[in-house]
Every structure is written in structure tokens, then in C-alpha cells.
Design a protein around this ligand. Structure first.
Ligand SMILES: Cc1ncc(C[n+]2csc(CCO)c2C)c(N)n1
Length: 223
């Protein structure tokens, strides 16, 4: 299973960093239910802050876009993040006795800050495609993880999380983002992107964001 044409190339360019992210011990713990509850709650609190800054990055993509189609897609993502995806965090944290005010007041961990500010920095100094390359591991990595875990014989402990990212809706979104990436590559680099001097740099953005995802899971395991 894969998403589009560009993503498999970027994923291959990331080498061992990709499985270090998608097959991390944190992910294994979600699948078999062995992840300690306090690690999961700590991850969710940090991820709430992560999503705030990620929304800012997608909003930056709206202003970096060249076409209305790109603008519409990115604006819809900002809306979905702020008004839907963060709701899962508020709900799961609420069930554990953590109020939304506590989420907003939580102290951001450096690994979290490093990741989102890296993406924002790439977005500020690069173009739309640079920004998409830095955003892609987040969206498509969770898509891969969700699809794999949902299709496996997973424990019920974290079934809601697995169900969110393994869902048809989320998988459809991943295919849409992959199509957005493919169109953006064709538009900005051309039909043979791998021969362009830009290609290596774009792969670097993707790889660094992948490494920062590994750091985020590591952080999740140390509440
Ligand atoms: C550390 C971390 N990485 C990825 C995601 C997943 N995610 C973040 S934003 C978004 C929607 C579109 O960008 C998705 C799927 C997460 N929640 N936390």
C-alpha cells in the first residue's frame, strides 16, 4: 500500500529513518496495548500543542500556494485540524481527567518545539513544495501506521487512536495529500523531478521531518 508517486521516492530517500519512525517501540506499544497509559496521555498532551503549530504551518501553506486548488486543500486542512482532529485529543484527555485548559497551559517539550518550528522555518524560507515535503511524513506516516495497525490483530487498549488513522476517511485524506504532492512536484520541478538539482534538497526536508517524528515518539516514551 502506498500513496501517490512522489511519496514512495521520498520514503526510500529517508532510508532507515522511515522504519525507525513507523515501526517505533511507541507504535508497537499502541498495537499490542503494552504502552503505559501515562506515556500515552503525555504524548496526547504534547500532540495537542503540536497540532496548534501544525495548523499554523498549514495556514502558511495557504499563503505559499500558487493555485486555488492548493489553497482550498490547505485551508480545509487548517479547518479539519482546528475543529476536528484536536477534538480527539480533548475527548481522550477529558476522559482521563485532563481539562482543555490544562492542555493549553502544558509546557512544550523541546523535541516537540524542534519539530514544528523546523517545519515552519522550512515553510518561511522555502516554497510550497519545500513546505509540503516537511509536512508529508506527519500525514502519510500516520496513514501507513494506522492502515497497518488497523489491519493487524491489535489490542483494544488504543483502538480509538488506531481507528482514527486507519479509518477510510483518514486513508482518503492521505491519498488526497499524495495527489497534492504529485501535482506540486510536476508544477514546480517538472516531469523528471529526480534529475533536478532541487530534488536532493526536497528529500532532505522530508528526511529531517521523519527524524523529528522519531524524536517525538522517543519523547512520548519519557513522560
Ligand atoms: C507528532 C505527530 N505527527 C503526526 C500526526 C498526525 N497528524 C498531524 S496533523 C495531521 C493532519 C494533516 O496535517 C495529522 C494526520 C500527529 N498528530 N502528531
Amino acid at each position: 500500500m502506498s500513496y501517490g508517486n512522489t511519496f514512495p521516492l521520498w520514503r526510500a530517500a529517508a532510508g532507515d529513518h522511515w522504519p525507525a519512525y513507523t515501526r517505533h517501540a511507541f507504535v508497537q506499544g499502541l498495537a499490542d496495548g503494552s504502552l503505559p497509559r501515562d506515556a500515552f496521555m503525555h504524548y496526547l498532551v504534547q500532540d495537542y500543542i503540536f497540532l496548534i503549530h501544525f495548523s499554523r504551518a498549514w495556514a502558511l501553506a495557504v499563503s505559499k500556494a500558487d493555485t486555488l486548488d492548493e489553497m482550498r486543500h490547505c485551508a480545509a486542512t487548517v479547518h479539519a485540524l482546528l475543529n476536528q482532529e484536536m477534538g480527539l485529543h480533548v475527548k481522550l484527555c477529558g476522559e482521563a481527567g485532563i481539562a482543555e485548559a490544562d492542555l493549553i497551559a502544558a509546557e512544550e517539550r523541546p523535541e516537540n518545539l524542534a519539530y514544528t518550528r523546523y517545519v515552519l522555518d522550512i515553510g518561511h524560507r522555502g516554497d510550497f513544495l519545500d513546505l509540503l515535503a516537511a509536512l508529508a511524513p506527519c500525514v502519510l506516516g500516520y496513514g501507513e501506521i494506522g492502515a497497518r495497525l488497523a489491519a493487524s490483530d491489535h489490542a483494544q487498549t488504543y483502538a480509538e487512536w488506531i481507528g482514527t488513522y486507519g479509518s477510510r476517511d483518514y486513508q482518503d485524506l492521505c491519498h488526497e495529500v499524495a495527489a497534492l504532492i504529485d501535482a506540486s512536484v510536476a508544477r514546480r520541478i517538472g516531469p523528471e523531478p529526480q534529475t533536478s538539482p532541487r530534488w536532493g534538497l526536497v528529500c532532505e526536508r522530508f528526511t529531517m521531518a521523519t527524524r523529528l517524528e522519531v524524536g517525538f515518539w522517543d519523547m512520548g516514551m519519557t513522560p
